[in-house]
Design a binder for this molecule. Structure first.
Ligand SMILES: [Zn+2]
Length: 370
């Protein structure tokens, strides 16, 4: 257990992706780390370049490595970015055990971060994109039946304003778990559809593969921590694992028996069971051939899932409407969606930062003592 006293009320949070990028790069520089920036092919809405930024802390040849990733779902990036900057600026690197290093990957989905979208520049949910694309793609056989309804001028309203009613009807018919499966399981058939997983590796997936190829040689034990928000009880940081067998056992030894695993804790067909094909935690295992990899996702809970999902559907309809959408409506909605993933409430933010710090320390202990 580290004896460093962190400051719970220190505020490492930024309000925009551009501010967060500047703060992350400045923090790396202040702690003597020259980061790497992978520039995204598209600019932000003000024409500025956007990037996935990386900082490496510790001995370059360390055999043990913790990789911390923020912003895989763009609109969820700011809580994760605050944990990364807080760890750096609190002197986390000075606490690194021998032969252990940390790689911070800031804004893995730079376009989604800049535009406050869950999805990327190609409408892809990156957590459904880490697949072997030489194999047949997973089939979400329920999605095609509702695809045509998730468009402007349908039951969801001219521009998605009746998304809440639509979702309410679905939920009252088949229950929230079934509806979450239908919409969030991912689909690979409709590039302009909801929850699209892509038909090839997305820019972020390719960039992460390229980055990890440079950081993987010599690593024997790797912990991969991906930070998300918006799922689970308000202010509670739930750890989720998708791996089975000895990897799941190790994850629970390191992070506690309450680590939730939707593939192991539920049976196929049971409410709450999720297969989640193409998840990045599966993809990361492949980036470190020969190493023991322990992937885990931190989900900082905010508001109830039904409300959040209705907003995501409304945003999807407006996205489909493109230039036909009423001026300002999409921006206003994305601001609300940001609140649903990154509450302005300072107490939520304290919980976020402290939980993030705690999970990083748990990962360190697991990497070095297990
Ligand atoms: Zn997420």
């Amino acid at each position: 257990m580290s004896r460093v006293a962190i400051q719970p009320n220190a505020d490492w949070h930024c309000e925009t992706a551009a501010q967060a990028t500047r703060r992350f790069i400045r923090a790396c520089e202040r702690w003597g780390v020259t980061g790497t920036s992978l520039i995204h092919p598209l600019p932000d809405s003000e024409g500025r370049p956007i990037s996935m930024d990386v900082g490496f802390f510790g001995e370059p040849s360390a055999s043990r490595l913790l990789v911390v990733v923020s912003g895989m779902h763009g609109v969820e990036s700011l809580p994760g970015a605050a944990i990364q900057v807080g760890w750096i600026e609190s002197g986390g690197a000075e606490l690194l055990p021998r032969d252990t290093a940390v790689l911070m990957v800031h804004q893995a989905n730079p376009w989604g971060c800049a535009y406050r979208r869950r999805f990327n520049e190609d409408n892809i949910d990156l957590n459904r994109n880490f697949l072997d694309f030489s194999l047949p793609l997973p089939l979400n056989d329920r999605y095609p039946a509702i695809h045509d309804q998730l468009k402007p001028g349908t039951r969801l309203g001219d521009f998605g304003e009746r998304s809440g009613d639509f979702l309410g009807e679905l939920v009252s018919g088949e229950g929230i778990d079934s509806v979450i499966d239908l919409l969030m399981a991912g689909q690979h058939q409709f590039p302009r559809g909801f929850g699209y997983g892509g038909q090839e590796a997305a820019w972020s997936n390719r960039s992460l593969a390229q980055l990890m190829a440079t950081y993987s040689p010599g690593r024997e034990r790797v912990c991969y921590l991906e930070i998300h928000s918006g799922l689970g009880p308000y202010g509670y940081g739930q750890l989720i694992s998708l791996q089975l067998g000895s990897t799941l056992e190790r994850t629970r030894r390191w992070f506690g028996q309450w680590v939730f695993n939707p593939r192991a804790d539920k049976q196929p067909g049971e409410a709450g069971y999720r297969e989640v094909p193409g998840h990045s935690t599966d993809g990361f295992i492949g980036f470190f051939p020969g190493a023991e990899v322990t992937p885990v996702t931190l989900e900082m809970g905010t508001y109830p899932p039904g409300a959040s999902l209705a907003l995501l559907l409304e945003e999807h309809v407006l996205y489909c409407a493109g230039d036909n959408a009423p001026t300002g409506k999409l921006d206003a909605l994305r601001a609300l969606i940001q609140e649903y993933h990154f509450p302005v409430d300072p107490d939520w933010r304290v919980a976020n930062w402290c939980r993030g710090w705690q999970v990083i320390q748990q990962a360190m202990r697991g990497l070095t003592h297990d």
